[in-house]
Structure formats: C-alpha cells, structure tokens
Design a protein. Structure first.
Ligand code: ADP
Ligand code: ADP
Length: 218
C-alpha cells in the first residue's frame, strides 16, 4: 500500500505539496485528482525517490523508496510517456531494463503480451504512437511484478480507443489485488476509471472519498 504522511515539498519559495496525508489500499483504482500544478506529480516523484521530501513521509509498503531492497518488485510507475529510447525495439528496451534490474528476460515477453504489444515487439519504439508508448511504459512498470503501481496522467492526449485500453489495464491491475494510484485533472475520466478519489488542490487534501459516495452527493 501507499501512505502519505504530512508530506510537504518545497521548491525554493514554491510549496508544491503542503502537509498532505492520505492512504491508498490494494484492490482498487484510486484516482488522484486535481488541477494542473496541484502537486500530483511531485507526490509521485517523492514516492519514487526522484525527489526528497522537505518534511513528512511518502511510504510504499511501509518504507521510503530508498529503503526498498528490490524497488522494481514493489513499485512500478508510468510518469512520462515520451521517455522511450527511440532507436531500440520494444523488446530490446524492456530487456535492457530487466537486465539492469536483475529480472529474467522471460518476463519481457509476458509484459509485452499483457499490454497488447507482443505483435510489435521487434519494431522500433521510436515509431510508436503515443498510446503504444504509454503501453510500453506500463509494460516497463510491470517488469518486477510490483504490488504498487503509479500512473501520472496516463490517458492524456490519447484517442478514445487508447483511453479505453489503458483504463481496462488499470481496472485489471486492481482486480489482481494491486494498489493502483492514477493521477488526472479530469473528473469525467476519474468517474469512469477510479473506485476511490483523493482530490488535492495547491498541495493540500480537499477530499478522500469513494467515487460512488461523491456521485450520490451531486
Ligand atoms: P471504508 O472507508 O469504511 O473502508 P469506503 O466505502 O470508504 O469504506 O470504501 C469502499 C471500499 O474502498 C472498501 O472496499 C475499502 O476497503 C476501499 N478503500 C477504502 N479506503 C481506501 C483507500 N484509501 N484506497 C483504496 N481503497 C480503499
Ligand atoms: P501536478 O502534477 O498536479 O500538475 P506538480 O506536482 O507538477 O503538479 O507541481 C506542483 C507545483 O510545484 C507547481 O507549482 C509546479 O510549478 C511546482 N514544481 C514542480 N516541480 C518543480 C521543480 N522541479 N522546480 C520548481 N517548481 C516545481
């Protein structure tokens, strides 16, 4: 699971995250909703050890990222879809990631199959559409078969088919008992994707509720 406890992150004079606390439990898709600049990416970056907290904690399975012994086996993330080595094939890209993390090559074929890219495994990732690159990023996040998955705006800019694909994957990960946190600035998208919502604005918690409960209040 994920625990955010009194997390604050400042960049110089900017307070990106401001005393934020919430938990994300397994077996559900939790939407992380808020306008651009609300602090969603910053929270995810601290969870992944890519940024240090100014104060407070962001924990995966009870530990800070730097304390995880085999991080890829505990948490996987899709942060930036553009970040794919264009010259490599999808298979080679994943094999390189797997090898550098002590994960067997057999897993590469499995994750490509899971995200629907088995048929283009030998094609150069540089020629992939945005939706395909998103799915390749998700395949990379799955390499270590982690129980916790973070997706930062995974459907941004995708066509309706691409959105449905990724939504289906996220629902499937939750159904397998994984902890899934997915950020978005669109309530309409989160209504269709998430079971629970953590809503933030200006780095602070606004609401932490089930989607059904929220719908009932409208
Ligand atoms: P409760 O808060 O009593 O667990 P809710 O109606 O708020 O009940 O939650 C509905 C479902 O969502 C429950 O199955 C619960 O286990 C799950 N759930 C509750 N809180 C979280 C959370 N922070 N993250 C993921 N799932 C949650
Ligand atoms: P969101 O993901 O919700 O759009 P972010 O976490 O990206 O929000 O940003 C929260 C705030 O922190 C914004 O005001 C943003 O400009 C600022 N911010 C994020 N990253 C940095 C950084 N590396 N340096 C300075 N300010 C940053």
């Amino acid at each position: 699971m994920i625990e955010i406890r009194e997390l604050t992150k400042r960049y110089g004079g900017t307070v990106a995250v401001d005393g934020l606390s919430f938990e994300v439990r397994p077996g559900a898709v939790t939407g992380f909703l808020g306008p651009n600049g609300a602090g969603k990416s910053t929270t995810m970056r601290v969870l992944l050890g890519l940024d240090a907290a100014t104060s407070g904690e962001a924990l995966v399975n009870g530990r800070r990222y730097v304390e995880l012994r085999r991080p890829m086996r505990e948490v996987g993330a899709l942060l930036d879809a553009g970040a794919v080595h264009g010259g490599r094939t999808a298979f080679d890209h994943l094999r390189w990631l797997a090898r550098s993390n002590g994960i067997g090559t057999r897993r590469v074929a499995e994750v490509l199959e899971r995200v629907g890219l088995a048929g283009v495994a030998r094609k150069r990732a540089g020629g992939f559409s945005l939706g395909m690159r998103q799915r390749l990023g998700i395949a990379a996040a799955l390499l270590g078969d982690p129980g916790v998955l973070l997706f930062d705006e995974p459907v941004n800019g995708l066509d309706p088919d691409g959105v449905r694909w990724i939504r289906g994957l996220m629902r499937g990960f939750a159904a397998e008992g994984r902890t899934v946190l997915v950020s978005s600035h669109l309530m309409s998208e989160m209504e269709l994707t998430a079971d629970r919502l953590v809503v933030i604005g200006r780095g602070r918690l606004i609401a932490d509720t089930s989607v059904r409960e929220l719908a009932d209040r409208f």
